[in-house]
Write a protein of this length. Structure first.
Length: 231
């Protein structure tokens, strides 16, 4: 990708012209230095809490979700109790996260299926997680990688942006991004790499006005090599 862009813009090729796999290795190495402990910023105590918090985090900040969940889990500490929740009361508790009608319906339905099909235990396979209402691949990968430490790359807006800027993919489709990135990293690295991309996206590689000049990934980043001197 970078070779095509440099040719189009008549810029000199970066030295050296790293391949996608090399950039993935370097990005993983640098991000480990910056964020030694890869962590999910959704506060949770168990897979059930992480599942609910992840559903709530759609189009909402983790910080806002973390403000809501203490009272939510105090009232509904288990899937069994959440499955029986009064939908109006549930909506009131999660209202500040946005889209609360849909989220309340998804959470209640999800917990009903958890109880009916999985005895109230959050499953630990992609196939089973996708049977839960409100759970797509992104949420399932969060549960797999964070709660169960199994291979999984959750593709959110930060992972999409950074994986494109770093030249690890040229796609905006989450499924294709997941496939592209996972194809060039060992599966043992997928989960933590995704978490570190998210942390870096929040702290440095912003959607608008990314802080490229202070980013330690800039020496191999196609986005910076092409736009760095022009912004």
């Amino acid at each position: 990708m970078i070779e095509n862009l440099t040719k189009l813009l008549k810029l000199p090729k970066p030295n050296p012209p790293y391949r996608a796999q090399e950039r993935a290795y370097l990005a993983n190495k640098e991000l480990k230095k910056l964020y030694p402990v890869a962590h999910c910023e959704l506060i949770h105590q168990n897979p059930y809490q992480l599942l609910v918090a992840t559903i709530l985090s759609a189009q909402c900040t983790d910080a806002r979700v973390n403000m809501v969940t203490p009272a939510l889990f105090e009232k509904y500490p288990s899937p069994e109790q959440m499955a029986k929740a009064d939908i109006t009361e549930l909506e009131q508790l999660i209202m500040s996260t946005g889209f609360y009608h849909n989220k309340a319906k998804a959470i209640k339905s999800c917990c009903q299926v958890l109880v009916e099909k999985f005895n109230g235990v959050v499953p630990n396979t992609m196939e089973e997680l996708l049977q839960l209402p409100g759970v797509g691949r992104k949420t399932a990968n969060v549960i797999l990688s964070v709660a169960f430490r199994k291979p999984g790359l959750a593709v959110d807006t930060h992972v999409t942006r950074l994986s494109n800027r770093l030249g690890l993919t040229s796609s905006s489709n989450p499924l294709q991004i997941e496939a592209d990135v996972c194809s060039i990293l060992p599966d043992s690295e997928w989960g933590d790499f995704g978490l570190r991309l998210i942390l870096h996206g929040r702290r440095v590689c912003h959607a608008k006005n990314p802080e490229c000049t202070r980013c330690t990934l800039n020496y191999f980043c196609p986005y910076y090599l092409i736009t760095g001197d022009k912004r």
